[in-house]
Design a protein around this ligand. Structure first.
Ligand SMILES: [Zn+2]
Length: 267
């Protein structure tokens, strides 16, 4: 059964079997911050009820990035301010409707018609408060920072730092339990975002999928991402064949192939 796990004082994560997703909740004296809202209106409603089982305080939402599983459940959080990076807003505004249709078709084909139907009934909630480089939120007796880490897993990934709890939420900039996803990524600059993460003095790093990790896990993943970036550069410059890059990659071929395609298409 899904339940809240308190990883630090009034900082919670909630883990889901579907996509191995992890969302977060930070509770202050005057308000609470919901970090990602799951993938459709029904999933969002489940999360909203779970938040209300812990706290009656007014809620604010932050999106770690624009991918559907992190931000399509927000209609279940009426009245919430919704923070995100400016490019997350742009991605959702331009591609959100087609992403809804794409993932509905995906779940139908996967034999999960109830999720497909929920997506069909889902209305997107675009961010209301946009971050360029940095923003600071007060939850009452507790500050939370939102920090842009540059083009990486997507164009608009935000870090959510809770300094008094020594916790950093990083969305899909770090993947635990599966290889990093390159479908929307900027493979050459992604390692730099992990360098930014490694500059934080924190005990827990909460990835968007899988169990929370620590900074040594992030350091190891940065080395893998650096290796992939190097392979992408070598293929782009003609020094290396695609098949040699796939063979040398730390990740399965389908993931590396996406990284190579993204590198060539975003140059
Ligand atoms: Zn993602």
């Amino acid at each position: 059964m899904t339940s809240w796990i308190e990883i630090a004082d009034r900082v919670y994560v909630r883990r889901y079997a579907e996509l191995d997703l992890t969302v977060g909740l930070v509770v202050g004296d005057d308000g609470c911050l919901v970090i990602d809202t799951r993938g459709d209106l029904e999933q969002g409603a489940e999360l909203a009820a779970a938040v209300r089982s812990l706290t009656p305080l007014p809620w604010t939402v932050v999106y770690t990035h624009a991918h559907f599983d992190h931000c399509f459940g927000t209609s279940a959080f009426p009245g919430a301010s919704v923070w995100a990076h400016r490019l997350c807003h742009k991605d959702m505004a331009e591609h959100g409707a087609s992403e809804l249709r794409k993932w509905s078709a995906h779940y139908l084909a996967e034999g999960k018609p109830s999720i497909a139907a929920a997506l069909d009934r889902t209305s997107l909630v675009l961010p209301t408060d946009l971050v360029d480089d940095h923003a600071s939120l007060s939850l009452g007796g507790r500050e939370v920072s939102l920090v842009y880490a540059g083009l990486a897993h997507s164009s608009g990934d935000l870090l959510v730092h809770v300094p008094d709890a020594r916790v950093l939420f990083v969305g899909d900039l770090v993947e635990n339990g599966a290889p990093p996803q390159f479908g929307d990524a900027h493979p050459l600059s992604w390692p730099t975002a992990l360098t930014t993460i490694l500059e934080y003095d924190v005990d827990v790093v909460v990835a968007g999928h899988g169990d929370p990790v620590d900074l040594s896990f992030v350091a190891a993943q940065r080395e893998e991402l650096r290796a992939v970036a190097q392979l992408c550069r070598a293929v782009a410059s003609g020094e290396l064949s695609t098949s040699d890059a796939l063979a040398a990659s730390p990740y399965p071929a389908e993931f590396t192939r996406e990284a190579l395609e993204r590198t060539l298409s975003t140059r």
